[in-house]
Design a protein around this ligand. Structure first.
Ligand SMILES: [Zn+2]
Length: 278
């Protein structure tokens, strides 16, 4: 990929051999920056502070030896490899509209090589690009698991959040991950120009609080890594919902300001108490 990009003259573009991903001279550098962004998000996240890596290009279709589906380097796999080595067990939760085939390929390779403590869950419309992700690809072993949950094209917000509600805490209880990496693709939202399930933005607060509560309960650091999402309005809604779920302090509101007459009344009342016989 680096060679393909380097030999392109400025302004020229070319398809990768996979045929569905266009690159230009600067694409390799952009992909490297996106992977570094995901890595930095994983390094900074703690159970008390979740992080978000806004990555372009996305990564979850990129397989160990080839880019595809707009993805050049698998950002979440790069972050996951670091987190598995430095932090402990990891769970990758992929909620993009499309199957995270590249991430799954990386997880398969890790499990085959005997690395334990890695779990992968993907919800995705099925059948849809890239064609993989049938339930039959799922397997749970002693060291980790791959769970593919294909969704019908009629899946609504309640069903979508319900699937995650059922699987997320069960996965956390089994794996005890130190880090939960969310492959956060927002192309599952209705209105996405190239994808989209009938899931409206109101499902987002429920989904994010589920991730927050599960991570908190399992004392895991939470890392969101952006994947797909091609409607700017939906991306704005997702960004706002994320900020609201994680950044807005949840302390109680301060007491109302006092008025002069209230202060006078309290002072007079205190003076009356002091005037009572001891
Ligand atoms: Zn996608």
């Amino acid at each position: 990929m680096r060679e393909v990009c380097r030999r392109l003259p400025p302004g020229a573009v070319e398809d990768l051999p996979t045929g569905d991903t266009v690159v230009c001279r600067d694409s390799f550098d952009a992909a490297l920056a996106a992977a570094g962004n995901a890595l930095a998000a994983a390094r900074e996240a703690t159970p008390a502070m979740p992080t978000l890596a806004v990555c372009r290009p996305p990564g979850h279709h990129a397989e160990p030896s080839r880019g595809m589906g707009f993805c050049l380097i698998n950002n979440v796999a790069v972050a996951g490899a670091w987190a598995r080595r430095e932090r402990g067990p990891i769970l990758i939760a992929d909620c993009d509209y499309h199957h995270g085939n590249g991430t799954q390929a990386w997880v398969e390779r890790q499990l085959e090589a005997g690395t334990d403590g890695i779990g992968f869950i993907s919800t995705h419309a099925y059948p849809a690009y890239p064609g993989t992700g049938a339930f039959g690809e799922s397997h749970v072993e002693a060291g980790g698991f791959i769970l593919d949950i294909p969704l019908t094209h009629q899946t609504d917000g309640e069903t979508f959040v319900g699937v995650w509600q059922t699987l997320l805490s069960a996965a956390v209880r089994r794996l005890r991950p130190a880090v939960i990496l969310v492959s956060a693709g927002f192309d599952f939202l209705a209105g996405d120009p190239i994808a989209g399930l009938p899931v409206g933005p109101p499902a987002l607060p429920a989904l994010f609080s589920l991730f927050a509560a599960t991570a908190q309960e399992g004392k895991a650091a939470l890392v969101f890594v952006l994947e797909g999402g091609y409607s700017l309005a939906n991306m704005r809604a997702a960004g706002a919902a994320l900020a609201k779920a994680f950044c807005v302090p949840t302390q109680p509101p301060p007491p109302p300001l006092l008025r002069q007459d209230q202060v006078r009344r309290m002072t007079e009342e205190a003076a009356r108490w002091l005037a009572r016989p001891a």
